[in-house]
Design a protein around this ligand. Sequence first.
Ligand code: C2E
Ligand code: MG
Ligand code: MG
Length: 552
Amino acid sequence: MHHRLIDIFERWLYPKAFESAILISLILSLLAISYSAVLYTGGTYFAYLHLFYVAIVFSGFFFSIHGGLIVGLLASLMIGPFMPLNVEEQIMQPTHSWITRSFFFMLIGGVSGIGSAIFRAYLKEIKEKYLTNPISNLPNFLGVETIFDKKIQTINDMALILIDLRNINEIEIAIGPARVDTLLRRVAADLKNGIPGDVIIGHVQTSVFTILVEDSSRIDAVVKLCRLALKSSYMIDNIPIFVEEFFGISCFPEDDNNFSGLFGKARMAINYGAKQAKSLAKYDLTVVDPSGENAVLLTALDEAIKNDELQIHYQPKIELKTGKVYGLEALARWTHPEKGEIEPSKFIPLTERTMLINPFTKWMLERTFKDMANWQAAGKNLKLAVNFSLRNFHDRTIIEKVLELVAHHNLDPTHIEIEVTESAFSTNMPEIIKTLTYLREKGITISIDDFGTGQASQQYLFQLPIDGLKIDRIFVSEMEHNPAAQAIVQSAVSLAHQLKLKVVAEGIETEQQFKMLAQMGCDLGQGYLISAGMPYDQLLRWLDNSDKKYAL
Ligand code: C2E
Ligand code: MG
Ligand code: MG
């Protein structure tokens, strides 16, 4: 049953002064109408006395057993010994007749009262179900919201503390949903036992508990109690489970005047805190609305793509052995009219979470392939590498676009490379494998970007059909002084060669790194030592002066 309907029932089944006055007037009117009907139609001999049952049942329903009995008695008296059987002929009722009737009036009043009591109990039960989290038996979102709405009628200072068990999904994968329920019950019990009873504890989403505190000056004290009450690890079926608790706080009425609003803001505070590795954050104006900012950024980027406001920088890759320029990687650049330069690492992940990654990549392809046609026409035989997010492979039209542009500009597909980054997690591996295989059949080269950093790098290595890998710059930048980084680079190079893959080292900044990589047998290198990314015109000038500059 919908909770609004329950509210309506509740209002009339547990009447306050106003509702009681209306109901009593209604019952009295019904009694008066029934009495008049009996009197003016000529006495109890006629059927109208049954009208009284309406008032009796009604009272039983709304005022329980005693209501039903009182009105039953009242009705019995109204058409009792003083009401004639036949008014016109002044024949009075036989005694047994009104006594029997009185009995039935009271019986019906009582039964109606009992029926109403059963209905009330049922209503209470479904209401509780509606407002309670079945796992922990604490109030759920609607439950806490109802309590909140009631409280703010009299209180004008309240704080909401949100507790998010951030790693609940990983825990669930590790130990299964049934044990997660056990864990949640334990957390609920710890909160209930550890915090004094004058706060409202709720369990509003699987991983989220809430605490309503009257009087926001007590926030710190209550948070302290929560931290004491909650353990950082729980033993469930002899398995130790580590729980990451994050706290977010918002206050009524400063931050918002309704529960949903406060909830959203406390959530925002949590996310903001988590980004800075802080487990406690209070909502305030410095906790900017990230979704709002992102939305603005995405709209602006959409415009920028349509208006051709993005630029492309090309960064050369050279052969480490010969120093010859091998190819160019295209990197997106965005100069926002107000915000200035926005780094790709800021806007690419945003586009990946929306469908904007596809129009963006199409734009990149159009622009870079055109540039490539130009440098080919100028007699420069260089490969072009473009970056693809795994998400791109879900859109057939992007793949077709690649082939279409290759044909349109009459390019050599073996000179085109796609660097696949793992920045967006992808689930549909079989589809991606199919697409990559298709592209390779057409002659296009595929390599894995940022090798070694992504969690799935190794897995991709044996799942994806690829031609090369790029060792992430993190290892390159560390390799001079850190033997572990050096070992990783060395093993990535050998691994690549054993698998007949071409290996590129990115982020080369020093001569020393260059030398070490060349000695290890790394095929290609890229980095600020050679050159940063450059706009197309500058690139052409750079290429003219680059011959053999980097040979050892
Ligand atoms: P990436 O593909 O690994 O690109 C290499 C990044 O390292 C570039 O940063 C480049 O400027 C930077 N870099 C190059 N040499 C050096 C060096 O010697 N030292 C240091 N510290 N950095 C160096 P950028 O341009 O900021 O791009 C960041 C990431 O954004 C790229 O990483 C790539 O994953 C993504 N990205 C850029 N353009 C695109 C694009 O068109 N499509 C997609 N899907 N992703 C792109
Ligand atoms: Mg790349
Ligand atoms: Mg990279």
